[in-house]
Design a protein around this ligand. Structure first.
Ligand SMILES: [Zn+2]
Length: 287
């Protein structure tokens, strides 16, 4: 009998230890930048890659580096639909104004873009219009103005590759516009900082900003900026050419290293929560 009671006592102690271990592993301290799921704000699946990497293969490659959700756009839009159909849970479709290659510098002068976008928007569900390219006052051209109004009408975000001036002009057209600023505009930290301070519906993706974090060190001011505006940044690989699909591991390695050098709560937001809270939550598509 005594042996039996002792065994129960031992068993209880063991269970206590196990419970403590299990609950502590569920706390913030267990966040691991190496394995945490990633929201990617900037994936393209354009026509030059469809044959080499079919949709199911592309999805596998994204999943293999830990991407669990991604804003996807493509030239033409067919690529986005292919990826979405292959994995509706991973892909958040984004509609580009580009029907063919070579129009990134001219699309804003092409009035046929608007009926094209309207037709797609009435037929399919998207989270944003973009990614499209602009500089400065081009943002005030009639075609761009119409795109901003289309986003407003359909309750969509804009994914904009532009300088800070173009962002200001878009916001002056629609103060409620929600914008994901591709590459944080390739602008310097203080410019990004000012814009984020002044506009609370502006987010920025960090694709191609390798210079802000090199060999485990942040460029002056950037660590502070990422912490101060930790609810506004998202990670992004930007597969703008086929070769980028071969670099997913390398780019993700850089991103995870950057996360590792930030406070845990900041890293969690930038890795996943911002994208989920800002973009995924508002997607009205079939999920
Ligand atoms: Zn891009």
């Amino acid at each position: 009998m005594l042996t039996f009671i002792y065994m129960i006592f031992r068993y209880d102690k063991l269970m206590m230890v196990l419970l403590v271990l299990v609950s502590s592993s569920g706390q913030a301290g267990a966040f691991d930048p190496e394995t945490t799921p990633i929201f990617d704000a900037h994936i393209h699946y354009s026509m030059d890659v469809w044959d080499a990497i079919p949709a199911a293969d592309a999805i596998r490659r994204l999943e293999a580096v830990g991407i669990k959700r991604a804003m996807v756009s493509s030239t033409s839009d067919e690529g986005t639909l292919r990826l979405f159909r292959s994995s509706p849970g991973l892909v958040l479709p984004v509609l580009r104004p580009y029907r063919k290659f070579g129009t990134t510098r001219s699309w804003m002068h092409d009035e046929t873009v608007i009926p094209y976008l309207e037709k797609r928007l009435s037929k399919y569900r998207y989270v944003a219009i973009g990614e499209f390219h602009l500089q400065g006052e081009e943002a005030d051209l009639p075609v761009v103005r119409a795109v901003v109004q289309l986003a407003k009408k359909y309750g969509l975000m804009l994914h904009v590759h532009s300088d800070a001036d173009a962002i200001e002009l878009i916001i002056s057209q629609d103060p409620d516009a929600k914008i994901v600023w591709a590459h944080a505009g390739f602008e310097e930290g203080h410019v990004v900082s000012d814009l984020l301070d002044n506009h609370d519906k502006l987010w920025a993706d960090l694709s191609f900003r390798r210079e802000i974090f090199v060999n485990g060190r942040f460029l002056h001011g950037w660590r502070e900026l990422l912490i101060r505006h930790s609810d506004r940044f998202m990670l992004a690989i930007d597969t703008y050419i086929p070769q980028r699909w071969l670099k997913l591991n390398e780019v993700m390695g850089w991103q995870r290293s950057l996360l590792k050098h930030l406070p845990v709560e900041v890293a969690k937001r930038i890795a996943w929560e911002n994208g989920e809270n800002v973009v995924t939550r508002h997607f009205k598509g079939i999920r």
